[in-house]
Design a protein around this ligand. Structure first.
Ligand code: MN
Length: 429
């Protein structure tokens, strides 16, 4: 199935501002609600959201085998379930339809009016019903930093780390789209030097700079997904802020790993950028030594060159960039993560979400969490307004942006932006 949607020379009749994350070569997928309360699956070109439900009703997907209401749904799960061939046919059709030389929709004012919305006139919703959510721990720099801080600087990486894409099962129920605020969570913590825990709002709320990938129905129970086939089952990627309460985490994580420190909220960017659209940005990725076991050995370019940045915006103040990183630093690839996840026969479904793990680069300004950027709070970061941050303050907004760029095209994710609100009044002691 040719991937004509990636043609870097194609231009759209929809105006695409310079440096937009959403040229006609992107064609991401999402779910939005209009001012008239219509929920639909859609795509985005420039600053226009395109109602794919309306396009389907008007016959613009004729000839592609789709159920009648495929795009009039409030999640992408069924579409994702149809598999890569259908994703490509639909992306290709959209590329052709919005090509500057195609007059079909371009010159049909009545149709344009029901299909195209300004992005400021719609609200983005969660793009998939996330059945299961798994978070990995696949950045060597991040795992090393955390190991140095919490355990032994001499043996920062645990013995399994170079052999296994370490991960844990999270909760999907509190994954929210960009724009939904998050309350500072309550929990148990053990104050320094004490032996009895206390209860109250977390004092050390942090972000984690991550991406996440969304899978299709990849296998049956009992069937592993071979590493070389794994990407066939990955629909696309989003930006992912895995909110974390470090003080709660420190007290609760032994021996079974993260629990309530993580599952109070995770925020995602709402447009799923397909793996097809990201193809021009494949890159080598770090050398893996020792060589992984055979079921994890992946040939070719394993990584993707995705520029990432994290900003903090204090209330009524301007944004400050606190980290610049890149997805290509990840030690374990998405294909290796998915192959490992299913090697025991674990079933993966359409709409499952897999977090990359915190993405930290090699330099101090490329770390993917406040925990690392301030080295546990020892080195506060200066905001542009003169204030300092060790962790995230009430009413701060945390923004993650990400994009790929070569000399021909820029493919981006937009952003995931969410405000940390004060703890709610629990009315208990
Ligand atoms: Mn995480």
């Amino acid at each position: 199935m040719p991937n004509i949607a990636n043609d870097p020379n194609r231009k759209s009749w929809i105006l695409v501002p310079e440096n937009s994350d959403f040229p006609i070569q992107n064609i991401p997928f999402g779910v939005f609600i209009t001012k008239e309360d219509v929920i639909t699956i859609g795509t985005r070109i420039g600053n226009c959201a395109i109602d794919m439900g309306a396009l389907q009703q008007l016959g613009y997907f004729d000839g592609i085998e789709l159920t009648d209401d495929m795009f009039m749904q409030d999640t992408l799960n069924d579409f994702i379930s149809d598999g890569r061939k259908t994703w490509r046919l639909v992306r290709n059709r959209l590329a052709e339809l919005f090509d500057e030389n195609n007059s079909l929709l371009r010159d049909n004012k009545d149709h344009r009016e029901v299909v195209i919305f300004k992005v400021e006139d719609i609200e983005m919703l969660l793009p998939v019903q996330i059945g299961d959510y798994t978070d990995f721990y696949s950045s060597k720099e991040h795992a090393t930093n955390v190991g140095k801080m919490f355990r032994d600087p001499e043996n920062a990486l645990l013995p399994n780390w170079l052999h296994i894409p370490v991960g844990y099962h999270g909760r999907s129920s509190t994954i929210v789209p960009s724009g939904i605020p998050v309350h500072r969570p309550y929990g148990q913590t053990l104050p320094n030097g004490e032996t009895m825990p206390v209860f109250g709002p977390s004092r050390l709320v942090d972000f984690e700079l991550e991406t996440a990938f969304i899978t299709t129905d990849a296998n049956l129970m009992g069937e592993p997904i071979p590493v070389e086939e794994a990407e066939e089952h990955i629909f696309g990627m989003v930006l992912f802020n895995d909110w974390s309460a470090r003080d709660i985490q420190k007290w609760e994580y032994v021996p079974l790993g993260p629990f309530l420190a993580k599952n109070f909220a995770s925020s995602i960017s709402p447009w799923i950028v397909t793996l097809d659209a990201l193809k021009p940005f494949r890159t080598k990725g770090p050398e893996q030594s020792p060589v992984p076991l055979p079921y994890l050995q992946q040939k070719g370019e394993k990584a993707f060159d995705i520029n990432l940045e994290v900003l903090i915006k204090p209330e009524n103040s301007e944004e400050t960039v606190v980290s610049r990183s890149n997805f290509k630093y990840m030690y374990w690839s998405m294909a290796q993560q998915l192959a490992h996840h299913t090697i025991n026969g674990c079933r993966v479904n359409s709409g499952d979400m897999m977090g990359s793990g915190t993405i930290s680069g090699p330099t101090e300004d490329s770390f993917g969490s406040m925990l690392e950027l301030t080295w546990g709070g020892q080195k506060p970061l200066k905001m542009k307004d003169g204030s300092e941050r060790k962790f995230i303050n009430d009413n701060d907004t945390v923004i993650i942006r990400g994009f790929c760029k070569n000399d021909k095209v820029r493919i981006g994710f937009g952003e995931v932006s969410s405000k940390l609100l004060p703890a709610i009044d629990l009315k208990i002691e």
